[in-house]
Write a protein that binds this ligand. Sequence first.
Ligand SMILES: Cc1cc2nc3c(=O)[nH]c(=O)nc-3n(C[C@H](O)[C@H](O)[C@H](O)COP(=O)(O)OP(=O)(O)OC[C@H]3O[C@@H](n4cnc5c(N)ncnc54)[C@H](O)[C@@H]3O)c2cc1C
Length: 338
Amino acid sequence: MASAFPCFSPGPVPNTLGVSCTADQLCVAGSEGRLIEALREAGEGALVLGQGSNVVLPERLDQPVVLAAWRGLRLRVSGDDALLTCAAGENWHGVVRYSLGQGWAGLENLALIPGSAGAAPIQNIGAYGVELSERVAEVRVFDRAENRVRALTAEACGFGYRDSLFKADPARYAVLSLTLRLARRLPMRLDYPDIDLELRRQGVTQPRPRQVAEAVIRVRRRKLPDPRQWGNAGSFFKNPIVDPGQAERLGRTEPGLATYPVAGGVKLAAAQLIDRCGWKGRRRDGVGVWHRQPLVLINFGTGSGPDFLALGEEVRRSVRERFGVDLEMEPSAMCPPG
Ligand SMILES: Cc1cc2nc3c(=O)[nH]c(=O)nc-3n(C[C@H](O)[C@H](O)[C@H](O)COP(=O)(O)OP(=O)(O)OC[C@H]3O[C@@H](n4cnc5c(N)ncnc54)[C@H](O)[C@@H]3O)c2cc1C
């Protein structure tokens, strides 16, 4: 089928869930200018994607899809500090490796998170006690509502736990580049028991940033399924935040429930809630719950986007029934449940 727009043609949409998805109109944007031109051409309905590691896709997308695919890194050094600007299409883990290789600290805990640099601020990626927002100096965007390029400070991005201004208004902003604030020395964040244990195992007592990243990589490889083998989108649910009264009541009826005080309430571990509902290792048709980490739903090879959503809904229902807690999905769903 011929596309309605000159920059677009039908094509497969990459995604780590391993579901087959074809866009009727796909544009692989090899530059900022190309992305802006494509969005202007396709209008409001167009969807911007990076590497598809945090989306649940249908078999066919009839809205125009623009992939942010251009690369580029620029490092500006000022004494013991640096600003690293990454093009939206850079691979996130590549950015982490580059910064550490140049001797800059700050991104080590965020090693091996899949996806593009442009998508990193969308859900404010985070892992092992660090969130991207702590390192963001500026996000340059194409503001589709105002039809112009803008530079937003970290504060203007409205970052929260797996949340941002961009996530709240997905049709408005296309991220063009991301500027990160790095330093030669930063206090290490080693409070996660897994990372601490891994460093001890390696006999490292005073870790350098690269060694922390290596420990993070080893822990992640052990715990998380490789999307090339088992299609997945990482955590399928966010950790829920409940009010202190509810956390206390749950603590009485559910001994041993992990609780972490955070701004705005008490965070619970979604993986533990799902595990207590007996989901670890269970399978429905072509999809299932990963046996080592029940926050992750995996594809056994034949699963579709709607299959993932249907299983996710079953998991949510059982957690709601047992704990009275609503789990919120982390990936963006682009299709209705099956
Ligand atoms: C195995 C695995 C482990 C993971 N671990 C973590 C983790 O530890 N922590 C974590 O936070 N996340 C994790 N994730 C989720 C994922 O890596 C991140 O959300 C990542 O930032 C998504 O990047 P992407 O390029 O694949 O985005 P996509 O999936 O392509 O898009 C995700 C969302 O961002 C939007 N978007 C993408 N690019 C742009 C752009 N340039 N401008 C505007 N909007 C855009 C899309 O419209 C969509 O809504 C994991 C995923 C997998 C598969």
